[in-house]
Design a protein around this ligand. Structure first.
Ligand code: ATP
Ligand code: MG
Length: 640
């Protein structure tokens, strides 16, 4: 029943796409009937993108609870099916398996714990945990009682957490004593203690045991997860009725990665998020309810929210939660998981593919990856070389690669091939999903009607899971997405379109280079550089150039263990770029670096590299979202 809306052929895609544009309300109301509602909607969509009348409401009047769609409705037939398979960081530890029955019970119990601790419908709850099943349980428990979860990635510092707690006005925090991250233990509770010093509004911290790291527990404020569960058990509070939520009630707040500046607290609404996320998950991956799905993203990012937790559970599938990192204890950990659990769909990010590729084929060759039917990627452009390696080496040339473009603000893939149904093209995100109306606009904000074109990527019509506001700052929401090009949702990204209607992401509009009047996207240039033998990864930015307007400055990571003649390699890289794009795109400066500044979600932060290239070393802006700030000094020292 639920899978009735899965698109099975290119013709069906085309037909549905047409319908979704000509009759969007009918289209989405057909999809929405496949979910469980307490009450159906009065109106499918009410909207305006006009700046002075900005509003977006989907399924107005409807009542529901997303957890009934993730859990309750699977129980009668699939209660004993695996919902979550948890793989610990340390390979000698035991995996945990939670069936839908078990997950349901744990969610209800913890929902009661939240109630006992004073969490009410509409309250923000900050969740700062490692990748353990309890993180998903905490999110679902919030949703069960109508609290708004705000998950903060478990790698953020005390200061960043404090900012987010303030920003979303959370009075409750859920954390762990610590978390395992490769060979490291991150003392989560300690970090929370530091954060909470500046957040007197926090009344309760619930701590789940994981690493047995010593922690201080403040009387009256801090409680153990396990004790609280024992309490609800002793009271016989096994069940927890699902709160009756309005379609537009917020489901969660989640901060963007911070690639381009200060992160935005993106707010998503319950019904629209549920409908679009499930729709995209099932279609992009061509998911089958018997499939085992493994997304490597941390749950603290949108890919984790939608493709580790909500998407697979809405689809009634099995989702793997991996506590560790792809290169611990060695570069074969993902392939080991794929082999052991017969993973059918693997979803990861280009940074992971590039990093694993740099270890060569041996870690993959040791393992049987033949269960894989789909390989997904999101977060950054997937360059050609990585695409081919992923496809050939991991997918054995059979599993289609889906490169899907989305944002925290869109909640789920918007432009993507549908695995094996619509064609995948290396370097291209390809076609919009039904219901998604992308347009390219020029610098004046005029829609470009030529079929083959490049421009600013905007969306001209709402889709159900569009961002509703930025938490506590509606003005910023307007400014960030609806002011630059009036009447459109502006993505901040640039794109090209081909004859067949495929879209290729060319990079952030702010990062575009302008060399002798030619606009060159970062994606295309980096793609060319990455094709050169021995290059692991690269990032390009522009810097002021007397003749050309902008010169190209490239930062390149070369395969470790290779002694290189830097001058010669620079010339060779320039020759490769010249051959692939043209002499115009030859970088003037090529600096070899051991690593690139990346967000904690693994994306290259070009704004910092641009400052270094421009020799503006005073103010790097918000660097709190960086994985490793020391790399900035190293790069500055090696500046050309
Ligand atoms: P911030 O908005 O704070 O600068 P961010 O944009 O990196 O951070 P996310 O929402 O995690 O935060 O990332 C969305 C962005 O990632 C997109 O706008 C786009 O630039 C990039 N992106 C995502 N998927 C793809 C893809 N398949 N191809 C190319 N770029 C992608
Ligand atoms: Mg963004």
């Amino acid at each position: 029943m639920f899978y009735a809306y899965q698109i099975k052929s290119l013709e069906a895609y085309r037909e549905l796409y047409k319908k979704s544009v000509t009759h969007p309300e009918n289209f989405w109301s057909d999809v929405a009937t496949h979910f469980q509602w307490h009450r159906k909607w009065d109106k499918v969509l009410d909207w305006s993108f006009a700046e002075d009348d900005l509003h977006i409401e989907w399924f107005k009047g409807a009542k529901l609870n997303i957890t009934e769609n993730c859990l309750d409705r699977h129980l009668p037939v699939n209660g004993n099916k695996n919902a979550i398979v948890w793989v610990p960081n340390n390979p000698d530890d035991r995996c945990r398996i939670l069936t839908y029955n078990v997950l349901f019970k744990k969610v209800c119990q913890f929902a009661n714990v939240l109630k006992n601790n004073g969490v009410k419908k509409g309250d923000s709850v900050c969740v700062y945990m490692g990748m353990i099943p309890e993180l998903a349980i905490a999110m679902l428990a919030c949703a069960r009682i109508g609290a708004v979860h705000s998950v903060v990635f478990g790698g953020f510092s005390a200061k960043s957490i404090a900012e987010r707690i303030h920003d979303c006005q959370a009075r409750h925090v859920i954390t762990c004593d610590g978390s395992y991250h490769g060979a490291k233990i991150v003392p989560l509770k300690d970090i929370i203690d530091d954060a909470v010093i500046t957040c007197p509004e926090v009344e309760r911290v619930i701590v789940r045991t994981r690493t047995h790291t010593p922690v201080s527990m403040i009387k009256g404020r801090d409680v153990w997860w396990e004790d609280e569960i024992a309490e609800v058990e002793s009271l016989g509070m096994e069940n927890c009725a699902a709160e009756d939520m309005d379609a537009e009630d917020p489901l969660f707040t989640l901060y963007t990665s911070g690639s381009t500046g200060k992160p935005k607290g993106v707010v998503h609404a319950t019904a629209g998020y549920m409908v679009y996320t499930a729709y995209a998950f099932v279609n992009v991956l061509q998911f089958d309810p018997r499939d085992v799905h493994f997304a490597t993203a941390d749950i603290g990012w949108i890919t984790g929210h939608s493709f580790v937790v909500y998407g697979p559970l809405l689809a009634g599938g099995t989702t793997i939660i991996y506590e560790g990192i792809p290169v611990y204890p060695d570069a074969s950990s993902l392939w080991k998981i794929v082999e052991r659990f017969h993973v059918n769909s693997l979803y990861t990010a280009p940074t992971v593919v590039r990093s694993l590729m740099s270890y060569g084929d041996e870690p993959v060759d040791k393992h049987d990856t033949s269960s894989l039917k789909v390989l997904g990627s999101a977060g950054e452009p997937l360059n050609d070389e990585a695409w081919h390696w992923y496809h050939q080496k991991i997918g054995k040339g059979k599993a289609p690669v889906v490169d899907s473009w989305w944002q925290t603000e869109t909640a789920a893939p918007m432009i993507s091939s549908l695995a094996g149904v619509t064609p995948g093209v290396p370097g291209w995100a390809t076609l919009p999903l039904p219901g998604v109306q992308p347009v390219l606009v020029d610098s004046e904000g005029k829609e470009i009607n030529e079929q083959v074109a490049s421009g600013n990527l905007c969306i001209r019509f709402p889709w159900p899971s569009i961002i509703r506001t930025t938490f506590g700052d509606h003005e910023r929401f307007k400014q960030a997405y609806f002011t630059t090009f009036p009447g459109y949702y502006f993505t901040g990204d640039g794109a090209s379109r081909d004859e067949a209607g495929n879209y290729k992401l060319t990079g952030r509009v702010d990062d575009v280079l302008n060399v002798s009047g030619h606009r060159i996207g970062t994606a295309e240039l980096e793609n060319a550089i990455n094709m050169h033998n021995g290059v692991v990864e690269s990032a390009v930015v522009g810097y002021p150039h007397a003749l050309k307007g902008q010169g190209i400055y490239a930062y390149v990571i070369f395969k470790s263990g290779h002694q290189i003649d830097e001058k010669e390699v620079r010339q060779n890289i320039a020759a490769t770029v010249s051959r692939i794009i043209g002499a115009i795109a030859k970088p003037e400066k090529i600096q070899f670096v051991p690593a690139l500044p990346k967000t904690r979600s693994g994306k290259i932060v070009r704004r910092i590299l641009r400052k270094i290239a421009e020799n503006d070393l005073e103010n790097f802006g918000d660097i709190s979202t960086l994985q490793d700030t020391e790399i900035i000094d190293t790069i500055v020292q090696g500046r050309l």
